[in-house]
Ligand binder design. Structure first.
Ligand SMILES: [Zn+2]
Ligand SMILES: [Zn+2]
Length: 295
């Protein structure tokens, strides 16, 4: 299967001369299987251009998997052209929001209310179906198998594993590895640590046999501690550490901070490669918009 990064920016679209090379569009991944099935993960602003390109061969048939409904992962959906065209078949999958008690369809429909967007979802001409996914669910779409894993983030968030053509890809969505909220001298510390370890074991199991990990790596260690703890994102080092622990041969670092310039990303990437030289472990790639990799 082939992965194309359509949007690598976290939090908010960040166009401009300083983000041209890595791209300013927010999260969107396109996966094409050898049999021609199209799977899309997240509908950040990167999905707009993808929609235009898919329209070159109509009718469009695809499945969109939403990791979570933060703006930067859904904001492009109302601009996804196939939704407006009769004959398109779009299956949109994601979780129920247990905190706000809302389905994915309800939340996505809200961002197309007239106070946010000039066209209501009732005016879309394509055939759109919504599917609520459960934790650990295994779903088949054409030649691909998709499995959900709940990730650590301030809102319910799925990581998606896609298996197809004998290969396997995992995208974390937004992900902050849990941090113990207690001090070692607190009596709750040990229990909390045990819970974290159990959660980590579930994640490592979900990553077993994965060939490529695409993972949230928004911050440097210096940015993360202590200012950004609890904001829901990982660091370059926590991302690579997860790939290493799970024995994954290739890791794509994504969800670039909107403040991060192309030059800054180049410098961070070079520093990571220098630090890891001769150590083995995963191939470390800085994701950029348009990057296409054979999984
Ligand atoms: Zn995000
Ligand atoms: Zn998020």
């Amino acid at each position: 299967m082939k992965l194309t990064m359509r949007g690598c920016r976290g939090s908010i679209a960040s166009p401009g001369p300083d983000t041209v090379r890595y791209g300013g569009n927010t999260t969107c991944l396109q996966v094409e299987t050898a049999a021609g099935d199209t799977l899309i993960i997240d509908a950040g602003t990167g999905i707009r251009q993808l929609g235009l390109e898919l329209m070159a061969r109509t009718p469009v048939r695809c499945a969109i998997f939403i990791t979570h409904t933060h703006w930067d992962h859904i904001q492009g959906l109302p601009f996804f052209s196939p939704l407006f065209v009769s004959g398109s078949e779009v299956r949109i999958c994601g979780s129920f929001d247990p905190v706000y008690q809302k389905s994915l369809a309800e939340i996505l429909s809200q961002q197309m209310q007239y106070c946010f967007f000039p066209v209501s979802d009732t005016e879309l001409k394509g055939s759109i179906s919504y599917e609520t996914l459960h934790e650990g669910q295994v779903l088949h779409y054409g030649s691909a198998t998709v499995t959900t894993t709940v990730m650590s983030h301030p809102v319910f968030d799925y990581g998606y594993r896609i298996d197809a053509d004998g290969r396997s890809l995992f995208f974390t969505g937004d992900f902050e590895p849990p941090v113990n909220i207690y001090d070692p001298e607190d009596e709750e510390y040990e229990d909390y640590a045990a819970g974290m370890a159990a959660q980590r074991a579930v994640l490592i199991e979900a990553l077993r046999g994965v060939d490529t990990l695409v993972i949230d790596a928004q911050y440097t260690e210096a940015e993360y501690r202590p200012a950004k703890i609890g904001w829901g994102h990982g660091t370059y080092h926590t991302a690579i550490a997860l790939a290493e622990e799970a024995g994954i041969p290739r890791v794509l670092l994504t969800h670039h901070d909107p403040m991060r310039t192309d030059d800054a990303l180049d410098l961070i990437h070079a520093a990571l490669l220098a630090e890891r030289a001769g150590r083995g472990g995963p191939e470390v790639i800085m994701a950029r918009e348009g990057l296409c990799v054979e999984i």
